[in-house]
Design a protein around this ligand. Structure first.
Ligand SMILES: [Zn+2]
Length: 96
């Protein structure tokens, strides 16, 4: 059984910098907007049918949080984030 979690992240070179990510939630397969640096406004905390719509909503939320010109400030592109290794994986005892 696979834990098929998709996560994309974009770092905006705004002031202050704002990193947003979109996560695919299962089993429905909807996309949601998250951020580690700031509170995503309630209007952007929704479920989106497509990755593109979620990314667009995330960018708009950043623009509202820290207005800037993505092209001029050289914001990074949306990048896929590989899933973090799970602590519970068997046979990987860090003490040995
Ligand atoms: Zn930007």
């Amino acid at each position: 059984m696979t834990m098929e979690t998709y996560r994309w992240q974009r770092k905006h070179e705004s002031e202050p910098p704002a990193t947003v990510s979109v996560l695919r939630t299962l089993p429905k397969g909807k996309w949601t907007v998250h951020s580690e640096d700031w509170t995503v406004p309630p209007g952007a905390v929704a479920e989106y049918d497509t990755l593109e719509r979620a990314m667009s909503a995330a960018d708009q939320a950043v623009a509202a949080h820290a207005p800037h010109d993505c092209g001029r400030t050289g914001c990074g592109d949306w990048m896929p984030v590989p899933p973090a290794p799970t602590d519970a994986s068997p046979g990987t005892d860090p003490l040995t």
